[in-house]
Design a protein around this ligand. Structure first.
Ligand SMILES: [Cu+2]
Length: 403
């Protein structure tokens, strides 16, 4: 197995509740720290949190279903809308209040109401005048024992045009809508020593059989929202879209403006980690080259404190079946931790872990493709895909969370 000497993309730039903890990075990683991969990881120790729910957007609660730990506080924040709203605990179907919590009736922005949930359980609430129109919410309180979940995905490669654009895919699973930011990064990569960067990025978000949105320069629209996310792009020519997405499949297509090529980064961040839904099955397709232009996929496992079981796949030859020309003939895959240490590598998936990979139900369909099954503690990781023997072509990297 050829070992790639490659620094990971995802730097251990860890944020705990938005307070940046500066953590010394290994030498080879330091120059990549400013790449802009801000990693959101809920810290291991469980401490009480405050989760914000927006009231009246335009006539609902956002997010409407959340999961929190006992002792956490929910803060409802009224948005400016023509109507007044309230938060009243009780039965969704009958509108009968149960007296557990109430903001009082006829509230308007600016107004906030908070309630701390100490008991485990599922707590329904509604807005009295708008319940019948579906303005209802639920707070699920329980010590979270689920495995860590993907909070963000980022992939870096040399972006080309048309069929060779960079395509980031992800799935929102669960019952509730998920608020995400999608970023396409190019020019600011040069500040971290990456050469040949995409000078001006564009991004298009597709899902539900159509285009949800597109953006060229992020300040052109949603500027305030993007800034408020805490992760605005560093360069005005870079692109970003904030969207609240119902469970389903989505793709983010990153291209250079006017057909230009260069190294780019696509990122999807979970902006609503308390919501009862998650990002899953993240993938990126693009042209895999050599040296600095191999495909570097980053993903972050977080939110929960227990380890997650994942399968990482590097797909090449089977892309030809879906009409992709110039597919990578023989991918090799490396999984590295945030310090750049090799967790595991694989060339042909049947060479090791064959039974484990088959048991996942999603083994690669071509023997030359690569896969790794691993149980990983919450942290950032990188999956590096290259062509065996320095070959190049279109490849796909995928990370699936396993039950
Ligand atoms: Cu209302």
């Amino acid at each position: 197995m050829k070992t790639l000497n490659r620094t990971p993309l995802t730097a251990p730039n860890r944020m705990c509740k938005w307070n940046v903890q500066s953590r010394r990075a290994a030498g080879t990683l330091r120059r990549l720290i400013s790449v802009g991969v801000v990693v959101l990881v809920t810290c291991g120790a469980v401490s009480a949190e405050t989760i914000t729910v927006r009231v009246g957007v335009p006539s609902g609660f956002d997010p409407s279903v959340i999961r929190i730990n006992p002792g956490d506080t929910v803060r409802w924040v009224w948005q400016s809308t023509p109507n007044s709203h309230d938060v009243t605990s009780g039965n969704h179907d009958t509108g009968e209040p149960n007296g557990l919590f109430s903001s009082g009736l006829f509230r308007r922005a600016p107004f906030q109401y908070s309630h701390t949930f100490n008991d485990v359980g599922s707590f329904d609430y509604f807005c009295s005048p708008h319940r019948v129109m579906g303005m209802i919410g639920t707070v699920n309180v329980g010590t979270v024992t689920a495995a860590a979940q993907p909070l963000n995905v980022s992939t870096r490669l040399r972006v080309q045009s048309g069929q060779n654009a960079m395509i980031g895919g992800f799935i929102v699973t669960g019952d509730a809508s998920k608020r995400v930011i999608i970023r396409a990064i190019g020019p600011s990569l040069s500040t971290s020593g990456v050469s040949g960067v995409l000078a001006d990025t564009t991004v298009q978000l597709n899902g539900g059989g159509g285009t949800i949105g597109s953006n060229d320069n992020w300040k052109d629209s949603q500027q305030a929202e993007i800034q408020a996310s805490g992760v605005p792009p560093l360069d005005d020519r870079e692109s970003a879209i904030i969207a609240t997405l119902t469970p389903g499949n989505y793709t983010a297509i990153v291209e250079g403006k006017n057909g230009t090529s260069g190294v780019g980064l696509v990122e999807v961040y979970d902006l609503d980690q308390a919501v009862d839904s998650k990002l899953a099955n993240i993938s990126t397709r693009g042209v895999v080259e050599t040296g600095n232009n191999v495909m570097i996929g980053g993903f972050v496992l977080g939110k929960e404190t227990s380890a997650a079981r994942v399968i990482v796949r590097a797909i090449g030859p089977t892309l030809a079946e879906s009409g992709i020309s110039g597919a990578l003939a023989d991918p090799v895959l490396e999984l590295r931790d945030s310090n750049g240490e090799l967790v595991r590598s694989n060339n042909n998936w049947k060479e090791s872990q064959q039974a484990e990979i088959e048991a996942t139900g999603i083994p690669p369909r071509n023997d030359l493709e690569s896969a790794i099954v691993a149980t990983l503690p919450p942290a950032p990781y990188t999956a590096i895909v290259a062509g065996n023997g320095g070959t190049t072509g279109v490849g796909l990297v995928e990370v699936y969370q396993l039950p």
